[in-house]
Design a protein around this ligand. Structure first.
Ligand code: NAP
Length: 354
């Protein structure tokens, strides 16, 4: 279903790193028109141009620079569909207040992701999890809803593992090299990260394991919840001095014991619901298998599929778990704003917004 008129949308956390990426993703979007901007009290009442320390490599859209930023509270003129890029320290109750007021909130924040009645969706991997919206509305009495996308490294891992589900995923070991833009703005002090690598990102290893298993999980027969995937995931998360693009080194044990060539074929053939529906920002190939002994690389591959495709390379035998490879995803596009926009396109196309 293509909307006859662009649908007005709101954006909470519009001034931050992910918020700015939303602004980029929504500029010229064929289905959505950014009509309302929200942020903290620090920004409320100021123009978007004044309140935002713009760090994108394209200019701020002129029509937004003069738009007045609003406080993070439901307002009569806020559209029904609202994206959220708020800091996790504040996102939980604010997103709930919007859902209670009738808004459908598409959130990047971690607060509600693991809720038993909250869809945690990567549209190519688990579009059927949107069925949880019915339970959420029934139990919470909300006229609106909260739909979440996983964190940036989880989206890359889930997209790289989803094509292998039919081969029986048993155990996964993943080590990440995560870009500084993943820490928001101003993020890390230059003196801490330049020429350095930090082997700790608070809570990220637990999130990478639990969110991946929820996304790869199955809707229970009674449709009341999600049974997480039965695999075991062990994660090591590291911050490195790249700007955009999280690189993941993955070893995986698959029950079917496929060859590297069979794994490459499964990855390259993978398509999902967004590709079937021809959603506007769906990449033609959600997983791109890259050749070359030194790929994928953040600088060269993060923008694959306009930042919406995950690049996988170096698929080879692992002497311990069977198969290993490197996977790369753009953390603020496929890993955040672009993920939410694709979720919104799926909701519209499936008629779930009404
Ligand atoms: P950020 O740069 O620190 O931006 C945080 C945003 O939250 C700002 O717009 C800020 O507004 C707003 N905010 C703070 N307090 C608020 C309040 N009380 N009411 C309304 N808005 C408030 O963070 P970020 O990196 O963009 O991350 C945003 C969210 O996305 C976080 O939950 C993060 O975990 C998640 N995420 C980030 C990435 C990534 O790669 N960066 C990837 C996936 C998910 P002011 O400017 O007015 O303070």
């Amino acid at each position: 279903m293509n909307p006859a008129e662009p649908i007005p949308v709101g954006l909470l956390g519009a001034t931050g790193m992910v918020g700015q990426q939303f602004v980029r993703q929504l500029a010229g979007h064929p289905w959505f028109r950014l009509a309302w901007l929200g942020a903290s009290d620090r920004s409320a009442g100021r123009s978007y141009g004044e309140a935002t320390h713009w760090v994108q490599d394209r200019r701020m859209p002129a029509e937004l620079a003069g738009m007045v930023v609003r406080a993070g509270a439901p307002a009569a003129d806020c559209p029904r569909l609202v994206f959220s890029a708020m800091h996790a320290s504040v996102a939980g109750p604010i997103e709930e207040s919007f859902a209670r007021a009738g808004h459908v909130v598409l959130s990047n924040a971690r607060n509600h992701r693991m809720g038993a009645d909250v869809p945690l969706v990567v549209p190519e991997v688990n579009p059927e999890h949107l069925g949880l919206i019915a339970r959420q509305r029934r139990e919470r009495g909300w006229p609106g809803a909260i739909v979440t996308n996983p964190n940036c490294s989880t989206i890359t891992l889930a997209l790289a593992l989803a094509p292998l589900r039919g081969l029986g995923i048993r155990r996964v070991i993943v080590s990440t090299l995560q870009a500084v833009s993943g820490a928001g703005y101003p993020g890390l002090a230059a003196v801490d990260v330049l020429g350095n690598a930090i082997p700790f990102i608070g809570g990220e290893e637990e999130r990478l394991a639990t969110e991946t298993l929820k996304v790869l999980g199955e809707v229970r027969v009674d449709e009341e919840g999600i049974d997480p995937h039965g695999a075991v995931v062990s994660a090591h998360c590291n911050r490195v001095a790249t700007v955009d693009g999280h690189l993941l080194c993955v070893s995986v044990e698959l029950a079917a014991r496929p060859t590297p060539a069979e794994v490459r074929a499964a990855l390259a053939e993978f398509r999902g619901r967004p590709q079937e529906l021809g959603l506007p920002t769906a990449p033609a190939r959600p997983v791109q298998v890259v050749e070359g002994p030194d790929r994928p690389q953040p600088r060269r591959d993060a923008m694959a599929g306009l930042g919406m495709a995950v690049s996988v390379g170096r698929v080879r035998e692992c002497p311990i778990l069977g198969i290993k490879f490197a996977a790369l995803g753009h953390n603020t596009i496929r890993g955040a704003a672009g993920a939410s926009v694709l979720n919104a396109e799926l909701l519209v196309a499936e008629g779930l917004l009404s």
